[in-house]
Design a protein around this ligand. Structure first.
Ligand code: WT7
Length: 648
């Protein structure tokens, strides 16, 4: 166990599922959970086949799993279509006229799509894709605000077998360019702009910058959202609404191999270059369907709201694919939680009678600092279940969420998973598993996690170690796009044949998992996972910067604040103005979310003899602590003293 991942949490509170909740729940007792879990581990093929049969297959599979570590194939021989399962499957009965998607724009517009309407819009847009020569297997970048058309674009790609790669609307032109180049995208779907805290984010302008020079992109489809003025490149760019004039509403879902790629989603890694995480069709759909059904204990009448942006994996699995595959009503909100005032979320919950809320600890911490008065203004009695995802939720935030938002009556599901896992892996089931604030509790069906030492042996209760998964699961990533060697090395080499999550964890005496954070240097700023080296490369690309090191420091609001230590090239002056310039530079290179909270100039960075920056020391300095722990490998001790007393 690395020294920098420690666990100081001591938590003894236990919350049992309320009897009234358990009585109606899909899994209503701990015994039932244990029984199904045991089956899912001892007879995984039986378990997964039974669940998969609830979905629509154009051709049945021959074999549930083919596993040759680290390559998994699920539902081999089967053919299906994700958009058919999310839409067409619900059109035969009363769900046809049920709200599939409820949307609110930041300025306040409201739109509601029934399943029938959403189906029609997806079919029409799929025909637009075909009209623009986008075909099965092509990579399509989606760079959109959190609007229904983002979901429509994703589902339309899935309908024709094109592979979408959604790029979060907060990312910069440089980030889009890198992702386009990595996956060789031939089309981009974007909007003129999107709203964020009352201002318009110029999405199309960023796309224009990303496409300057040589590019693989031949077509850009632009949705009119904000009405801001944009440039239209003749021969390359077309308007979404104009294209719709040329197409009909009939578009059969293509039968796709179970292992046909559904999407690529880029995630930051510690080694800098973002990894294109690849997910495929059958296993991913089954995984998102089953986890949404059991973890959120979905009922026909629920109004379900996952606050994630479609640009993150949570937006893929739990705003769109999981809920729609279940025929649920999913709510989508475009903007910031404090626009126009800090009660926007509570206003939305009251207005639409939201019954399930799934959000992130960073948001919960922000709400706490904004004050309870914003919560008290609204009737939140429609809520029956709360969820948390993205980082460990500290017990105090958990308690606040439980008492102030859940009125003490709603179970909380603290769900642990990753972009790579595709779906929830460790989580309470709300009617079955007693919860402890701060613990993601127990594994979901079919998931076999363990906490191990460096040799791969399971550690005793309450001892920290590395979190691994010992067997394949349907929605696991199938690779890193274009780089299977990196896939093997990153996830499967540390413990051959077993998946290494990169997280540290411990299990308590009840077998509950407590995730203590990432083992490598990836930072989690306001719920966003940022690779340190990505930020460092951005800094170093500035003409005046010599070296840079990025570290996190505890931040009440964002989970982690971002502090960068920078050495300047000879002749460059360490001025306050340059600090601002560097912050803006990182914002431009990566996106506003990666803007450092603090820039500190240093004469030198602490390094090991082999030249590796000692981030552990910088972390302590950034947090204002005295440097403790091992410094024997430090190359030059004078560096430390200078760093500890900043220049101002
Ligand atoms: C990393 C994955 C999962 C979708 C959103 C983030 C951390 C996530 C929890 C949780 C403790 C958590 C882990 C994980 N994480 N959920 N409930 N408790 N830590 O996806 O960007 O791929 O990040 O987020 O460190 O490895 P991601």
């Amino acid at each position: 166990m690395e020294q920098n991942i420690e666990s100081h949490l001591k938590e003894n509170r236990l919350f049992k599922p309320a009897r009234a909740f358990a009585k109606k729940a899909r899994i209503g007792s701990f015994e039932e959970y244990r029984k199904l879990y045991r089956e899912s581990i001892e007879k995984p093929e039986r378990f997964w086949a039974r669940e998969a049969k609830e979905l629509a297959w154009q051709l049945p599979w021959k074999k549930v799993l083919e596993w040759k570590a680290p390559d998994a194939k699920w539902f081999v021989g089967g053919k299906l279509n994700v958009s058919e399962n999310c839409l067409d499957r619900h059109l035969d009965g009363p769900r046809r006229n049920k709200a599939a998607l409820i949307w609110e724009g930041e300025p306040g517009e409201k739109r509601i799509f029934t399943y029938q309407q959403l189906h029609r819009d997806v079919c029409r847009f799929a025909n637009v894709l075909k009209r623009n020569k986008i075909k099965k297997g092509d990579r399509v970048i989606i760079y959109m605000p959190n609007v229904p058309e983002a979901a429509i674009a994703m589902l339309a790609c899935a309908r024709i077998g094109a592979i979408h790669s959604v790029v979060f609307g907060g990312f910069s032109a440089e980030s889009i360019r890198g992702r386009i180049a990595d996956c060789g995208a031939t089309a981009v779907i974007t909007a003129d702009g999107g709203y964020r805290r009352g201002t318009i984010v110029p999405l199309k302008q960023n796309v224009d910058a990303a496409l300057a020079g040589k590019t693989t992109v031949k077509r850009v489809i632009v949705f009119r959202r904000a009405g801001n003025e944009i440039h239209i490149e003749e021969g390359r760019d077309v308007w979404w609404h104009r294209e719709l004039e040329y197409v009909g509403a009939k578009c059969d879902p293509v039968a796709l191999e179970s292992e046909h790629p559904l999407y690529i989603l880029y995630t930051s890694g510690s080694t800098g270059k973002p990894k294109g995480i690849l997910h495929t069709t059958g296993g991913y759909l089954v995984g998102s369907y089953v986890t949404t059904k059991y973890v959120f204990d979905l009922r026909e009448e629920d109004v379900y709201w996952c606050t994630a942006d479609v640009g993150w994996v949570t937006g893929h699995s739990y705003v769109i694919y999981g809920p729609l595959a279940n025929g649920a009503t999913t709510l989508m909100y475009e903007g910031a939680p404090n626009w126009p005032e800090p009660d926007r979320f509570w206003r939305i919950i009251e207005e639409y009678a939201v019954s399930i809320l799934y959000t992130a600890p960073t948001a919960i911490r922000a709400f706490i600092t904004w004050g309870d008065q914003w919560v008290k203004k609204h009737d939140l009695s429609s809520l029956r279940l709360l969820g948390s995802v993205g980082e460990p939720i500290n017990p105090e935030a958990w308690m606040w969420y439980h008492d102030k938002i859940g009125g003490g009556r709603c179970p909380i599901v603290d769900t642990w998973w990753q972009t790579e896992t595709g779906v929830i892996m460790i989580t309470p089931l709300p009617g079955a598993i007693p919860t402890k604030p701060g613990s993601a509790t127990l594994p979901f069906f079919g998931v076999d996690p363990a906490v191990v030492d460096a040799k791969g042996n399971e550690v005793p209760p309450n001892v920290g170690g590395k979190l691994i998964v010992r067997r394949p699961w349907p929605s696991m990533l199938r690779g890193i796009y274009g780089d299977q060697a990196r896939y093997r090395k990153q996830y499967w080499s540390e413990y051959p044949g077993r998946y290494f999550t990169g997280d540290g964890a411990r299990r308590d005496k009840d077998g509950y998992f407590w995730i203590v954070g990432r083992i490598d240097d990836v930072l989690n700023v306001a719920g966003h996972r940022l690779g340190t080296s990505e930020i460092e490369s951005a800094l170093v690309s500035h003409a005046k910067v010599g070296e840079a090191a990025a570290v996190g420091r505890p931040d009440e609001l964002k989970g982690q604040g971002l502090v960068v230590f920078v050495t300047l090239k000879a002749g460059a002056k360490p001025t306050p103005r340059l600090k601002e310039e560097l912050r803006a530079h990182v914002g431009k290179q990566i996106g506003a979310i990666a803007k450092p909270d603090e820039v500190r100039f240093a004469e030198a960075l602490p390094k090991t003899r082999s030249g590796k920056i000692m981030r552990r020391l910088l972390k302590e300095i950034a947090a204002g602590k005295a440097v403790t722990g091992d410094t024997t490998t430090l190359e030059d001790f004078s560096v430390l003293a200078k760093l500890a007393s900043p220049e101002e």
